[in-house]
Design a protein around this ligand. Structure first.
Ligand SMILES: [Zn+2]
Length: 235
């Protein structure tokens, strides 16, 4: 790790993406933090134009700072989509200064926006890991989880409703069957009553049998009478 004077309000430390630059003292909004420096590359020179690394800071169409040198402490500053610092570019002076755009507290990581070209080339393919993007991702994950739970609950509710409907249908069918059974039983009873009616007729029959027995007794009586007559006759 590079040696940094203790007078400076920053130090190099571990960040979520590797190394990063962190405030060690309060840094006021607008204050210059560190200069982004390195050899100037002239794109009109073939040798310069051939240099390729991710610390190149383009000043304009012609000039680029090669910030890959170890002494360039500013190269440790990571990109953030919602940064607390910015790169203040003076193309005329061929100079870049990283400046605070917010009050920065000790311990806070210093970030600036690397710009759209860098973002598209290096960050978008792997996914930006800045605090704002992580927060966005976390929120999205939480929303996805909530949506999943919501859909699951909905499916369960639907299944429950279906089961209830089926149960109600089954109950209805059972009730219908029982009604039919009762109806049938009632019909059978009615038929039975008719049969009883016949029995009643049978009873009538037995009454007839009584009459018959009465007739029998009549028959009996008559001979008795005759007997009586006979008796009286004999008497
Ligand atoms: Zn980001």
């Amino acid at each position: 790790m590079p040696a940094i004077s203790p007078d400076k309000p920053y130090r190099v430390g571990r960040s979520r993406t590797g190394l990063g630059l962190f405030a060690t003292k309060p840094i006021k909004k607008g204050a210059k933090i560190v200069r982004y420096f390195g050899p100037l590359l002239d794109c009109r020179k073939k040798k310069d134009d051939a240099i390729e690394n991710k610390y190149l800071f383009e000043l304009n169409n012609r000039w680029t700072i090669d910030g890959s040198v170890r002494k360039n402490i500013a190269r440790y500053i990571n990109h953030a989509c919602k940064p607390n610092a910015e790169s203040d570019v003076s193309a005329r002076k061929r100079k870049v200064v990283i400046r605070a755009i917010k009050n920065i507290e000790p311990g806070e990581e210093i970030n600036y926006d690397y710009g759209t070209d860098y973002f598209k080339a290096y960050l978008k393919p792997i996914g930006c890991k800045c605090a704002a993007c992580e927060k966005k991702r976390k929120k999205k994950r939480a929303e996805a989880r909530a949506e999943k739970l919501r859909l699951k609950a909905k499916a369960e509710k639907k299944a429950l409703k279906k089961a209830e409907k089926l149960a109600a249908k089954a109950r209805e069918e059972l009730a219908q069957k029982q009604k039919q059974k009762l109806k049938q039983a009632a019909k059978q009873r009615l038929n039975g009553a008719r049969a009883n009616g016949k029995l009643l007729n049978g009873h009538g029959g037995s009454a007839a049998a009584g009459q018959l027995s009465a007739a029998k007794s009549g028959i009996f009586v008559e001979p008795a009478n005759t007997q009586g007559q006979e008796a009286s006759a004999s008497a």
